[in-house]
Design a protein around this ligand. Structure first.
Ligand code: KG4
Ligand code: ZN
Length: 335
């Protein structure tokens, strides 16, 4: 099945052609340069920019895959969660395309998409998987017991991991988005220089909390402007604290649920320290691990197309055309 996939949940406009679960093109137009000027995403601006580039991005994705619209079997689109204005651009475009061409529409949960980024290019699936989703808006541990069937085990009670990276970077005077900037700076620092809090590790829950860590980092940064070496130490120690908590909670959940493999997806999965440390920890624990490749970690449409390739039949067809954006559509517990 050949799927044209569209993803516009935040500040990336993305389209991909995915055939039988394998991406043949993956086009991403980023708004980072614009949002850098405001130090973060302004939702109205993001939606307007999505509208400007959505059609050229789709055209490019089709061209890159040497595909014409008539050869596409279905159209997949991110239905939520995300910024409502941004989501609507992708959704309305996808609905119009589906209506005009008579092709089925497949709505995809953005967070499910992030997990399918980790499942890219897989020939065989062996459930259950334990998924760690770490993005700018979400931090969740989920048990995936079948395609598109998830049980939420734990989530952040305040900031998402990526959000914490972005906020601390802003306090340090680093540009948006802060995650890659902090990890770059962290390579020059000492991760043991500052002992930042590891919240909720002593509690019997798979939930996370990162707001205390952000406050502790703010205190270390202080009012003045610390020198570069000190900032690098703060960045390295902060990154170590985030990855430490994420990994410890994941290993604990793996002990409780005995998954066939651990999945790591979402924008923060692009973080090299998290990738390295989780790989080492899973090896030690004898756990299989699948990490989304960096190009499928931050927002992209290939992961949405891959997820749609394994969507249950009920998700397609006329009923799906009525889908509307639901920004609160977290990966709800399976019932
Ligand atoms: O999944 P994503 O592209 O968008 C959302 O769904 O939110 O994630 C974006 C987040 C941002 O907070 C960004 O700072 C973070 O992922 N991020 C990183 C890295 N690359 C992106 N965080 C830490 N290290 C990175 N290398
Ligand atoms: Zn995302």
């Amino acid at each position: 099945m050949k799927i044209l996939a569209i993803e516009t949940s935040c500040d990336e406009t993305a389209a991909a052609v995915v055939t039988d679960g394998v991406a043949e093109s993956n086009v991403i137009s980023s708004q980072i340069d614009v949002h850098r000027t405001t130090g973060g995403v302004v939702p109205e601006v993001a939606a307007r920019l999505q509208l400007e580039v959505i059609q050229p991005v789709i055209d490019q994705a089709l061209r890159d895959a040497s595909t014409e619209m008539k050869d596409v079997d279905a159209i997949a689109v991110t239905a939520g969660p995300g910024l409502i204005g941004s989501l609507m651009v992708g959704l309305e475009t996808a609905k119009a395309l589906a209506y005009a061409t008579g092709k089925p529409l497949i709505p995809v949960n953005h967070l499910a998409g992030h997990l399918y980024g980790a499942l890219a290019n897989l020939q065989e699936f062996t459930f259950p998987y334990l998924g760690l989703i770490v993005s700018g808006g979400h931090t969740e541990l989920v048990l995936m017991d079948d395609h598109h069937s998830f049980t939420l085990l734990g989530e952040t009670r305040d900031d998402a991991a990526g959000e914490a990276f972005d906020k601390v970077a802003k306090l340090m005077g680093l540009p948006y988005p802060g995650g890659p900037e902090i990890s770059k700076l962290a390579t020059q620092g000492n991760p043991d220089a500052i002992t930042f809090p590891r919240a909720m590790l002593d509690q019997d829950t798979f939930d996370f909390s990162f707001s205390g860590l952000k406050t502790a980092a703010r205190r270390e940064i202080g009012e003045g402007s610390p020198d570069k070496a000190r900032l690098a130490d703060i960045a390295a120690s902060f990154e170590a604290a985030v990855t430490d908590v994420l990994i410890q909670k994941t290993l604990r959940a793996a002990e409780s649920y005995d998954p066939e493999a651990v999945l790591l997806g979402g924008g923060v999965a692009a973080n090299q320290k998290l990738r390295n440390d989780l790989t080492a920890s899973c090896e030690t624990a004898g756990l299989a691990l699948k990490i989304s490749p960096p190009e499928y970690s931050t927002d992209n449409a290939a992961m949405i197309g891959i997820a749609a390739s394994y969507a249950p039949p009920g998700l397609t067809g006329a009923a799906a055309r009525k889908v509307t954006a639901d920004p609160s559509a977290d990966l709800a517990p399976a019932t």
